[in-house]
Design a protein around this ligand. Structure first.
Ligand SMILES: Cc1cc2nc3c(=O)[nH]c(=O)nc-3n(C[C@H](O)[C@H](O)[C@H](O)COP(=O)(O)OP(=O)(O)OC[C@H]3O[C@@H](n4cnc5c(N)ncnc54)[C@H](O)[C@@H]3O)c2cc1C
Length: 464
Protein backbone atom coordinates (compact mmCIF):
# COMPACT_ATOMS: atom_id res chain seq x y z
CA UNK A 1 0.00 0.00 0.00
CA UNK A 2 1.24 3.46 -0.90
CA UNK A 3 0.20 6.23 1.52
CA UNK A 4 1.29 9.84 1.61
CA UNK A 5 2.90 10.58 5.02
CA UNK A 6 1.61 14.15 4.81
CA UNK A 7 -1.98 12.94 4.95
CA UNK A 8 -3.80 12.69 8.31
CA UNK A 9 -4.90 9.10 7.60
CA UNK A 10 -4.01 6.20 5.31
CA UNK A 11 -7.71 5.44 4.87
CA UNK A 12 -10.85 7.49 5.55
CA UNK A 13 -14.15 5.61 5.48
CA UNK A 14 -17.35 7.60 5.10
CA UNK A 15 -20.23 5.75 6.77
CA UNK A 16 -20.01 3.36 9.70
CA UNK A 17 -22.76 0.90 8.70
CA UNK A 18 -22.19 -2.71 7.67
CA UNK A 19 -20.06 -1.91 4.61
CA UNK A 20 -18.01 0.85 6.23
CA UNK A 21 -17.35 -1.08 9.42
CA UNK A 22 -16.20 -4.15 7.46
CA UNK A 23 -13.74 -1.99 5.49
CA UNK A 24 -12.44 -0.21 8.61
CA UNK A 25 -11.91 -3.43 10.56
CA UNK A 26 -9.94 -4.87 7.66
CA UNK A 27 -7.59 -1.93 7.00
CA UNK A 28 -7.05 -1.19 10.72
CA UNK A 29 -6.34 -4.85 11.45
CA UNK A 30 -3.45 -4.78 8.97
CA UNK A 31 -2.01 -1.63 10.49
CA UNK A 32 -3.30 1.19 8.31
CA UNK A 33 -4.15 4.43 10.10
CA UNK A 34 -7.91 4.41 9.59
CA UNK A 35 -10.76 6.78 10.40
CA UNK A 36 -14.51 6.15 10.14
CA UNK A 37 -16.70 9.22 9.76
CA UNK A 38 -20.42 8.80 10.41
CA UNK A 39 -22.95 11.59 10.57
CA UNK A 40 -25.91 9.66 12.01
CA UNK A 41 -27.48 10.69 15.32
CA UNK A 42 -27.34 7.05 16.31
CA UNK A 43 -24.59 4.56 15.45
CA UNK A 44 -25.51 1.16 14.04
CA UNK A 45 -26.30 1.54 10.36
CA UNK A 46 -29.43 0.56 8.45
CA UNK A 47 -29.30 -3.21 9.01
CA UNK A 48 -29.33 -2.89 12.78
CA UNK A 49 -31.40 0.25 13.30
CA UNK A 50 -34.07 0.21 10.58
CA UNK A 51 -33.45 -2.78 8.27
CA UNK A 52 -32.79 -6.48 8.70
CA UNK A 53 -32.88 -6.83 12.46
CA UNK A 54 -36.02 -4.91 13.52
CA UNK A 55 -38.05 -6.22 10.58
CA UNK A 56 -37.09 -9.82 11.20
CA UNK A 57 -37.89 -9.45 14.91
CA UNK A 58 -41.37 -8.21 13.95
CA UNK A 59 -41.89 -10.91 11.34
CA UNK A 60 -40.95 -13.65 13.79
CA UNK A 61 -43.53 -12.24 16.22
CA UNK A 62 -46.08 -12.28 13.38
CA UNK A 63 -45.29 -15.93 12.66
CA UNK A 64 -45.73 -16.92 16.31
CA UNK A 65 -48.98 -14.94 16.31
CA UNK A 66 -50.15 -16.73 13.17
CA UNK A 67 -49.37 -20.20 14.55
CA UNK A 68 -51.08 -19.36 17.83
CA UNK A 69 -54.13 -17.97 16.03
CA UNK A 70 -54.66 -21.24 14.18
CA UNK A 71 -54.45 -23.65 17.12
CA UNK A 72 -56.99 -26.14 15.80
CA UNK A 73 -54.32 -27.95 13.74
CA UNK A 74 -52.35 -28.64 16.91
CA UNK A 75 -55.25 -29.62 19.12
CA UNK A 76 -54.79 -26.52 21.25
CA UNK A 77 -57.81 -24.66 22.60
CA UNK A 78 -57.21 -21.03 23.39
CA UNK A 79 -58.17 -17.55 22.39
CA UNK A 80 -55.23 -15.47 21.27
CA UNK A 81 -54.88 -11.76 21.92
CA UNK A 82 -51.77 -9.61 21.70
CA UNK A 83 -50.19 -6.44 22.99
CA UNK A 84 -48.79 -4.40 20.06
CA UNK A 85 -46.74 -2.20 22.39
CA UNK A 86 -44.97 -5.29 23.74
CA UNK A 87 -44.24 -6.61 20.25
CA UNK A 88 -42.62 -3.26 19.39
CA UNK A 89 -40.82 -3.05 22.74
CA UNK A 90 -39.20 -6.47 22.23
CA UNK A 91 -38.00 -5.32 18.80
CA UNK A 92 -36.64 -2.08 20.29
CA UNK A 93 -34.77 -3.92 23.04
CA UNK A 94 -33.13 -6.20 20.49
CA UNK A 95 -32.16 -3.31 18.24
CA UNK A 96 -30.68 -1.50 21.28
CA UNK A 97 -28.51 -4.51 22.08
CA UNK A 98 -27.23 -4.92 18.51
CA UNK A 99 -26.62 -1.17 18.18
CA UNK A 100 -24.70 -1.02 21.48
CA UNK A 101 -22.53 -3.87 20.28
CA UNK A 102 -21.83 -2.10 16.96
CA UNK A 103 -21.10 1.19 18.79
CA UNK A 104 -18.53 -0.66 20.92
CA UNK A 105 -16.91 -2.13 17.82
CA UNK A 106 -16.71 1.35 16.32
CA UNK A 107 -15.20 2.97 19.42
CA UNK A 108 -12.85 0.29 20.76
CA UNK A 109 -9.79 2.15 19.54
CA UNK A 110 -8.74 -0.03 16.58
CA UNK A 111 -9.45 2.98 14.37
CA UNK A 112 -10.61 6.53 14.95
CA UNK A 113 -14.32 7.38 14.83
CA UNK A 114 -15.53 10.89 14.03
CA UNK A 115 -19.23 11.65 14.45
CA UNK A 116 -19.89 14.14 11.65
CA UNK A 117 -21.21 14.41 8.12
CA UNK A 118 -18.42 14.56 5.55
CA UNK A 119 -18.09 15.88 2.03
CA UNK A 120 -15.23 16.10 -0.40
CA UNK A 121 -13.52 19.41 -1.13
CA UNK A 122 -10.80 17.83 -3.30
CA UNK A 123 -9.74 14.26 -4.14
CA UNK A 124 -7.81 13.86 -0.86
CA UNK A 125 -9.70 16.16 1.53
CA UNK A 126 -12.94 15.86 3.44
CA UNK A 127 -14.72 18.74 5.10
CA UNK A 128 -16.61 17.74 8.22
CA UNK A 129 -19.89 19.19 9.50
CA UNK A 130 -18.07 21.43 11.99
CA UNK A 131 -15.78 22.87 9.30
CA UNK A 132 -12.73 20.78 10.23
CA UNK A 133 -10.79 19.27 7.34
CA UNK A 134 -9.08 15.90 7.20
CA UNK A 135 -6.90 14.40 4.50
CA UNK A 136 -6.36 10.76 3.56
CA UNK A 137 -4.50 8.75 0.95
CA UNK A 138 -7.43 6.39 0.27
CA UNK A 139 -11.18 6.54 0.84
CA UNK A 140 -14.05 4.09 1.06
CA UNK A 141 -17.48 5.60 0.52
CA UNK A 142 -20.11 3.53 2.36
CA UNK A 143 -22.93 6.00 2.86
CA UNK A 144 -25.83 3.58 2.31
CA UNK A 145 -29.26 4.39 0.91
CA UNK A 146 -32.46 6.15 1.82
CA UNK A 147 -36.15 5.73 1.02
CA UNK A 148 -36.71 6.71 -2.63
CA UNK A 149 -38.57 9.94 -3.34
CA UNK A 150 -42.20 9.47 -4.23
CA UNK A 151 -43.11 9.22 -7.94
CA UNK A 152 -46.46 10.89 -7.18
CA UNK A 153 -46.37 14.36 -5.51
CA UNK A 154 -49.84 13.73 -4.05
CA UNK A 155 -48.36 10.99 -1.88
CA UNK A 156 -46.13 13.57 -0.18
CA UNK A 157 -49.13 15.79 0.50
CA UNK A 158 -51.18 12.92 1.92
CA UNK A 159 -48.25 11.52 3.89
CA UNK A 160 -47.12 7.89 3.95
CA UNK A 161 -45.51 5.48 6.33
CA UNK A 162 -42.23 3.98 5.15
CA UNK A 163 -39.91 1.30 6.52
CA UNK A 164 -38.29 3.87 8.85
CA UNK A 165 -41.45 5.40 10.32
CA UNK A 166 -43.46 2.15 10.50
CA UNK A 167 -40.91 0.82 12.99
CA UNK A 168 -41.86 3.62 15.36
CA UNK A 169 -45.63 3.09 15.34
CA UNK A 170 -47.23 2.91 18.75
CA UNK A 171 -50.58 1.77 17.42
CA UNK A 172 -51.45 -0.70 14.69
CA UNK A 173 -53.28 0.91 11.76
CA UNK A 174 -56.61 -0.81 11.21
CA UNK A 175 -56.21 -0.70 7.45
CA UNK A 176 -53.26 -0.10 5.18
CA UNK A 177 -52.48 0.29 1.48
CA UNK A 178 -49.01 -1.08 0.69
CA UNK A 179 -47.42 0.43 -2.42
CA UNK A 180 -44.82 -1.90 -3.96
CA UNK A 181 -44.17 -5.60 -4.34
CA UNK A 182 -40.54 -6.03 -3.31
CA UNK A 183 -39.14 -7.64 -0.17
CA UNK A 184 -39.84 -4.66 2.10
CA UNK A 185 -43.43 -4.33 0.84
CA UNK A 186 -44.18 -8.04 1.25
CA UNK A 187 -42.57 -8.36 4.67
CA UNK A 188 -44.41 -5.37 6.14
CA UNK A 189 -47.70 -6.35 4.42
CA UNK A 190 -47.67 -9.75 6.08
CA UNK A 191 -46.58 -8.37 9.44
CA UNK A 192 -49.45 -5.86 9.54
CA UNK A 193 -52.01 -8.33 8.18
CA UNK A 194 -51.12 -11.05 10.66
CA UNK A 195 -51.61 -8.59 13.50
CA UNK A 196 -55.07 -7.81 12.20
CA UNK A 197 -54.76 -4.84 9.81
CA UNK A 198 -56.80 -4.97 6.60
CA UNK A 199 -54.04 -4.79 3.97
CA UNK A 200 -54.25 -4.03 0.25
CA UNK A 201 -51.04 -4.42 -1.75
CA UNK A 202 -50.65 -2.61 -5.06
CA UNK A 203 -47.79 -3.64 -7.35
CA UNK A 204 -46.88 -2.19 -10.74
CA UNK A 205 -45.26 -5.29 -12.31
CA UNK A 206 -47.23 -8.32 -13.49
CA UNK A 207 -46.24 -10.19 -10.32
CA UNK A 208 -44.75 -9.35 -6.92
CA UNK A 209 -40.96 -9.76 -6.56
CA UNK A 210 -40.59 -8.87 -10.24
CA UNK A 211 -36.96 -9.97 -10.42
CA UNK A 212 -37.70 -13.45 -9.14
CA UNK A 213 -39.36 -16.29 -11.06
CA UNK A 214 -43.13 -16.09 -11.45
CA UNK A 215 -43.67 -19.50 -9.79
CA UNK A 216 -42.12 -18.18 -6.57
CA UNK A 217 -44.22 -15.02 -6.72
CA UNK A 218 -47.39 -17.04 -7.37
CA UNK A 219 -46.97 -18.95 -4.09
CA UNK A 220 -46.73 -15.85 -1.94
CA UNK A 221 -49.54 -14.08 -3.80
CA UNK A 222 -51.78 -17.11 -3.13
CA UNK A 223 -50.80 -17.26 0.55
CA UNK A 224 -51.42 -13.51 0.94
CA UNK A 225 -54.88 -13.80 -0.60
CA UNK A 226 -55.67 -16.77 1.62
CA UNK A 227 -54.63 -14.71 4.66
CA UNK A 228 -56.99 -11.91 3.65
CA UNK A 229 -54.55 -9.52 1.96
CA UNK A 230 -55.92 -8.01 -1.26
CA UNK A 231 -53.22 -8.15 -3.94
CA UNK A 232 -53.36 -6.15 -7.17
CA UNK A 233 -50.58 -6.64 -9.72
CA UNK A 234 -50.03 -4.97 -13.12
CA UNK A 235 -51.25 -1.59 -11.84
CA UNK A 236 -50.44 2.07 -12.42
CA UNK A 237 -50.68 4.56 -9.56
CA UNK A 238 -52.83 7.54 -10.44
CA UNK A 239 -53.62 9.68 -7.43
CA UNK A 240 -53.87 9.89 -3.67
CA UNK A 241 -55.94 12.13 -1.42
CA UNK A 242 -57.06 12.59 2.14
CA UNK A 243 -60.65 12.00 3.13
CA UNK A 244 -61.14 13.00 6.76
CA UNK A 245 -58.95 10.73 8.85
CA UNK A 246 -58.54 8.28 5.95
CA UNK A 247 -56.35 8.16 2.86
CA UNK A 248 -57.48 7.09 -0.59
CA UNK A 249 -55.30 5.71 -3.39
CA UNK A 250 -56.43 5.62 -7.04
CA UNK A 251 -54.85 3.22 -9.51
CA UNK A 252 -55.40 1.62 -12.86
CA UNK A 253 -55.95 -2.14 -12.92
CA UNK A 254 -57.12 -4.27 -15.87
CA UNK A 255 -58.30 -1.19 -17.75
CA UNK A 256 -60.34 0.21 -14.88
CA UNK A 257 -59.68 2.97 -12.36
CA UNK A 258 -59.90 1.52 -8.87
CA UNK A 259 -59.59 3.05 -5.43
CA UNK A 260 -58.79 1.86 -1.95
CA UNK A 261 -59.52 3.70 1.26
CA UNK A 262 -57.37 3.01 4.31
CA UNK A 263 -56.14 4.49 7.54
CA UNK A 264 -52.62 4.78 6.16
CA UNK A 265 -50.38 4.18 3.15
CA UNK A 266 -47.12 2.25 3.40
CA UNK A 267 -44.66 3.47 0.78
CA UNK A 268 -42.30 0.70 -0.35
CA UNK A 269 -41.29 1.76 -3.84
CA UNK A 270 -37.59 1.25 -3.28
CA UNK A 271 -34.52 3.06 -2.04
CA UNK A 272 -31.90 5.29 -3.65
CA UNK A 273 -28.16 5.58 -2.96
CA UNK A 274 -27.16 8.17 -0.38
CA UNK A 275 -24.73 10.31 -2.36
CA UNK A 276 -26.13 13.84 -2.50
CA UNK A 277 -24.24 15.04 0.62
CA UNK A 278 -20.80 13.94 -0.63
CA UNK A 279 -19.98 16.55 -3.31
CA UNK A 280 -18.75 13.80 -5.63
CA UNK A 281 -18.16 16.35 -8.40
CA UNK A 282 -15.02 17.35 -6.47
CA UNK A 283 -13.36 13.94 -6.92
CA UNK A 284 -14.34 12.79 -10.37
CA UNK A 285 -16.23 9.68 -9.19
CA UNK A 286 -18.91 8.84 -11.72
CA UNK A 287 -22.49 7.91 -11.00
CA UNK A 288 -24.69 5.54 -12.98
CA UNK A 289 -28.45 5.82 -12.40
CA UNK A 290 -27.68 7.61 -9.13
CA UNK A 291 -25.39 4.89 -7.79
CA UNK A 292 -21.63 5.19 -7.39
CA UNK A 293 -20.07 3.37 -10.30
CA UNK A 294 -17.33 0.88 -9.33
CA UNK A 295 -15.41 -1.89 -11.00
CA UNK A 296 -15.40 -5.44 -9.61
CA UNK A 297 -12.56 -4.42 -7.27
CA UNK A 298 -14.97 -1.81 -5.76
CA UNK A 299 -12.84 1.03 -7.09
CA UNK A 300 -14.67 4.15 -8.27
CA UNK A 301 -13.59 6.06 -11.37
CA UNK A 302 -11.21 7.95 -9.02
CA UNK A 303 -8.65 5.15 -8.46
CA UNK A 304 -7.78 5.91 -4.80
CA UNK A 305 -11.48 6.09 -3.83
CA UNK A 306 -13.47 2.91 -3.30
CA UNK A 307 -17.16 2.39 -2.52
CA UNK A 308 -19.14 -0.38 -0.83
CA UNK A 309 -22.70 -1.25 0.14
CA UNK A 310 -26.02 0.32 -0.79
CA UNK A 311 -24.43 3.49 -2.21
CA UNK A 312 -23.14 1.31 -5.06
CA UNK A 313 -26.74 0.43 -5.69
CA UNK A 314 -27.27 -2.84 -7.42
CA UNK A 315 -27.80 -5.20 -4.50
CA UNK A 316 -29.16 -3.85 -1.23
CA UNK A 317 -28.14 -6.89 0.78
CA UNK A 318 -26.13 -6.70 3.94
CA UNK A 319 -23.67 -9.55 3.44
CA UNK A 320 -22.88 -8.09 0.01
CA UNK A 321 -22.19 -4.68 1.63
CA UNK A 322 -19.79 -6.43 4.05
CA UNK A 323 -18.06 -8.40 1.29
CA UNK A 324 -17.70 -5.25 -0.81
CA UNK A 325 -16.24 -3.36 2.18
CA UNK A 326 -13.74 -6.14 2.79
CA UNK A 327 -12.77 -6.32 -0.88
CA UNK A 328 -12.30 -2.54 -1.06
CA UNK A 329 -10.08 -2.71 2.04
CA UNK A 330 -8.09 -5.67 0.71
CA UNK A 331 -7.44 -3.87 -2.56
CA UNK A 332 -6.24 -0.74 -0.75
CA UNK A 333 -3.91 -2.95 1.30
CA UNK A 334 -2.70 -5.18 -1.54
CA UNK A 335 -2.84 -3.38 -4.90
CA UNK A 336 -0.48 -6.03 -6.30
CA UNK A 337 -2.89 -8.94 -5.66
CA UNK A 338 -6.38 -7.49 -5.92
CA UNK A 339 -9.61 -9.37 -5.24
CA UNK A 340 -12.87 -8.96 -7.16
CA UNK A 341 -16.54 -9.27 -6.26
CA UNK A 342 -18.15 -12.38 -7.69
CA UNK A 343 -21.93 -12.41 -7.84
CA UNK A 344 -22.21 -16.04 -8.96
CA UNK A 345 -23.65 -16.91 -5.56
CA UNK A 346 -25.97 -13.91 -5.39
CA UNK A 347 -28.59 -14.82 -2.80
CA UNK A 348 -31.87 -13.16 -1.98
CA UNK A 349 -34.22 -13.97 0.86
CA UNK A 350 -37.65 -12.53 1.59
CA UNK A 351 -38.61 -13.27 5.20
CA UNK A 352 -42.33 -13.71 4.68
CA UNK A 353 -43.99 -16.98 5.67
CA UNK A 354 -43.35 -19.01 3.56
CA UNK A 355 -39.89 -17.56 3.05
CA UNK A 356 -38.72 -16.98 -0.51
CA UNK A 357 -35.06 -17.60 -1.24
CA UNK A 358 -32.96 -17.94 -4.32
CA UNK A 359 -29.28 -18.30 -5.15
CA UNK A 360 -27.41 -17.98 -8.43
CA UNK A 361 -29.40 -18.16 -11.61
CA UNK A 362 -33.16 -17.88 -11.70
CA UNK A 363 -35.04 -19.08 -14.79
CA UNK A 364 -35.78 -15.43 -15.58
CA UNK A 365 -32.08 -14.48 -15.51
CA UNK A 366 -31.16 -17.59 -17.51
CA UNK A 367 -33.64 -16.61 -20.26
CA UNK A 368 -32.41 -13.00 -20.37
CA UNK A 369 -28.79 -14.15 -20.66
CA UNK A 370 -29.62 -17.02 -22.99
CA UNK A 371 -28.07 -19.60 -20.68
CA UNK A 372 -29.24 -23.18 -21.27
CA UNK A 373 -30.25 -25.10 -18.14
CA UNK A 374 -31.98 -28.19 -16.83
CA UNK A 375 -34.44 -27.78 -14.00
CA UNK A 376 -36.45 -29.86 -11.56
CA UNK A 377 -38.84 -28.92 -8.78
CA UNK A 378 -40.43 -30.57 -5.75
CA UNK A 379 -43.39 -29.27 -3.71
CA UNK A 380 -43.53 -29.01 0.09
CA UNK A 381 -47.09 -30.42 0.10
CA UNK A 382 -45.63 -33.83 -0.68
CA UNK A 383 -42.79 -33.87 1.81
CA UNK A 384 -42.72 -35.61 5.19
CA UNK A 385 -41.31 -32.94 7.47
CA UNK A 386 -43.32 -30.07 6.00
CA UNK A 387 -46.52 -32.14 6.36
CA UNK A 388 -45.62 -32.69 10.02
CA UNK A 389 -45.29 -28.91 10.33
CA UNK A 390 -48.48 -28.13 8.34
CA UNK A 391 -46.22 -25.99 6.15
CA UNK A 392 -47.38 -27.09 2.73
CA UNK A 393 -46.93 -23.99 0.58
CA UNK A 394 -44.09 -23.71 -1.88
CA UNK A 395 -41.40 -25.79 -3.51
CA UNK A 396 -37.70 -26.21 -4.07
CA UNK A 397 -36.15 -25.88 -7.51
CA UNK A 398 -32.72 -26.60 -8.93
CA UNK A 399 -31.15 -25.25 -12.12
CA UNK A 400 -28.19 -27.10 -13.57
CA UNK A 401 -25.77 -26.88 -16.44
CA UNK A 402 -27.01 -29.47 -19.00
CA UNK A 403 -23.63 -31.08 -19.84
CA UNK A 404 -21.64 -31.07 -16.60
CA UNK A 405 -24.59 -31.27 -14.19
CA UNK A 406 -23.14 -28.40 -12.14
CA UNK A 407 -25.80 -26.70 -10.03
CA UNK A 408 -26.09 -23.11 -11.23
CA UNK A 409 -29.16 -21.95 -9.34
CA UNK A 410 -31.61 -22.87 -6.65
CA UNK A 411 -34.84 -21.55 -5.21
CA UNK A 412 -36.71 -22.42 -2.07
CA UNK A 413 -40.15 -21.06 -1.34
CA UNK A 414 -41.27 -22.68 1.86
CA UNK A 415 -40.74 -23.21 5.57
CA UNK A 416 -37.32 -21.90 6.63
CA UNK A 417 -36.50 -21.17 2.97
CA UNK A 418 -33.82 -18.66 4.04
CA UNK A 419 -32.06 -21.40 5.98
CA UNK A 420 -32.56 -24.21 3.47
CA UNK A 421 -31.10 -22.20 0.59
CA UNK A 422 -27.73 -22.39 2.33
CA UNK A 423 -27.38 -26.03 1.34
CA UNK A 424 -27.42 -24.93 -2.28
CA UNK A 425 -25.11 -21.97 -1.56
CA UNK A 426 -22.62 -24.48 -0.11
CA UNK A 427 -23.11 -26.85 -3.06
CA UNK A 428 -22.64 -24.06 -5.60
CA UNK A 429 -19.68 -22.64 -3.69
CA UNK A 430 -17.97 -25.98 -4.18
CA UNK A 431 -19.32 -26.27 -7.75
CA UNK A 432 -21.16 -29.51 -6.96
CA UNK A 433 -23.23 -31.38 -9.53
CA UNK A 434 -26.76 -32.65 -8.97
CA UNK A 435 -25.31 -36.19 -8.98
CA UNK A 436 -23.18 -35.25 -5.97
CA UNK A 437 -26.08 -33.54 -4.21
CA UNK A 438 -28.31 -36.56 -4.77
CA UNK A 439 -25.61 -38.87 -3.34
CA UNK A 440 -25.09 -36.74 -0.21
CA UNK A 441 -26.63 -38.18 2.98
CA UNK A 442 -29.65 -36.29 4.36
CA UNK A 443 -31.20 -36.96 7.74
CA UNK A 444 -34.86 -38.06 7.85
CA UNK A 445 -37.34 -36.51 8.49
CA UNK A 446 -35.93 -33.03 7.86
CA UNK A 447 -36.91 -30.13 5.66
CA UNK A 448 -33.42 -30.25 4.11
CA UNK A 449 -33.90 -33.70 2.60
CA UNK A 450 -36.39 -32.19 0.15
CA UNK A 451 -33.39 -31.10 -1.98
CA UNK A 452 -32.64 -34.75 -2.80
CA UNK A 453 -35.85 -35.05 -4.88
CA UNK A 454 -35.07 -32.52 -7.62
CA UNK A 455 -31.43 -33.65 -7.52
CA UNK A 456 -32.49 -37.28 -8.05
CA UNK A 457 -34.91 -36.29 -10.81
CA UNK A 458 -32.11 -34.50 -12.67
CA UNK A 459 -29.69 -37.38 -12.04
CA UNK A 460 -32.23 -39.79 -13.56
CA UNK A 461 -32.52 -37.54 -16.67
CA UNK A 462 -28.76 -37.31 -17.13
CA UNK A 463 -27.04 -40.50 -15.98
CA UNK A 464 -23.61 -39.94 -14.48
C1 LIG B 1 -36.73 -2.49 5.90
C2 LIG B 1 -35.45 -3.11 5.43
C3 LIG B 1 -35.19 -4.44 5.66
C4 LIG B 1 -34.01 -5.03 5.23
N1 LIG B 1 -33.81 -6.35 5.47
C5 LIG B 1 -32.68 -6.95 5.02
C6 LIG B 1 -32.46 -8.33 5.25
O1 LIG B 1 -33.26 -9.02 5.86
N2 LIG B 1 -31.30 -8.88 4.77
C7 LIG B 1 -30.39 -8.14 4.07
O2 LIG B 1 -29.37 -8.68 3.65
N3 LIG B 1 -30.57 -6.81 3.85
C8 LIG B 1 -31.70 -6.21 4.31
N4 LIG B 1 -31.87 -4.86 4.11
C9 LIG B 1 -30.81 -4.11 3.40
C10 LIG B 1 -29.62 -3.82 4.32
O3 LIG B 1 -30.08 -3.26 5.53
C11 LIG B 1 -28.63 -2.87 3.63
O4 LIG B 1 -28.24 -3.44 2.40
C12 LIG B 1 -27.36 -2.61 4.45
O5 LIG B 1 -27.67 -2.30 5.78
C13 LIG B 1 -26.55 -1.48 3.81
O6 LIG B 1 -25.37 -1.22 4.55
P1 LIG B 1 -24.44 0.02 4.17
O7 LIG B 1 -23.20 -0.13 4.97
O8 LIG B 1 -24.32 0.14 2.71
O9 LIG B 1 -25.24 1.32 4.63
P2 LIG B 1 -25.75 1.83 6.07
O10 LIG B 1 -25.80 0.75 7.07
O11 LIG B 1 -26.99 2.59 5.79
O12 LIG B 1 -24.61 2.83 6.55
C14 LIG B 1 -24.41 4.08 5.98
C15 LIG B 1 -23.91 5.04 7.04
O13 LIG B 1 -23.38 6.19 6.37
C16 LIG B 1 -23.69 7.34 7.11
N5 LIG B 1 -23.60 8.50 6.20
C17 LIG B 1 -24.33 8.75 5.08
N6 LIG B 1 -23.89 9.86 4.46
C18 LIG B 1 -22.85 10.34 5.19
C19 LIG B 1 -21.95 11.44 5.06
N7 LIG B 1 -22.02 12.27 4.01
N8 LIG B 1 -21.02 11.64 6.02
C20 LIG B 1 -20.92 10.78 7.07
N9 LIG B 1 -21.72 9.71 7.24
C21 LIG B 1 -22.66 9.49 6.31
C22 LIG B 1 -25.06 7.06 7.65
O14 LIG B 1 -25.27 7.83 8.82
C23 LIG B 1 -25.00 5.56 7.96
O15 LIG B 1 -24.66 5.29 9.30
C24 LIG B 1 -33.04 -4.26 4.55
C25 LIG B 1 -33.27 -2.89 4.31
C26 LIG B 1 -34.47 -2.32 4.75
C27 LIG B 1 -34.70 -0.86 4.49
Amino acid sequence: VKSNPNHDFDVAIIGGGSGGYAAARTTACEGLKTVVIDGADELGGLCILRGCMPTKALLYAAEVMHLASHPEAWGIRSEVTFDFAKVMARKDAMVREFADCRAQQLTNGKFELIRAMARFTDPHTLELGDGRKITASHFVIATGSRVAPSPLPQLNEVGCLNSDTALELTKLPRSLVVLGGGAVALEFAQFFARFGAKVTLIQRSPHVLHEMDSDAAAVIEEVFRREGITVYTGTKLLDARKIGALKEVFFQHEGETKRVLAEDIFFALGRVPNVASLALDKIGAQLEFGRILTNAQMQTTAPHIYAAGDCTGLHEIVHIAIQQGEIAAHNILHPDRTKSMDYRLLTEVVFTDPQIASVGLTEKRAHVRNIPYLTAKYPFNDHGKSLIMEAKDGFVKLLAEPHTGEIIGGACVGPAGGELIHEIIAAMHKRMTFHELAAMPHYHPTLAEIWTYPAEELAAQVPH
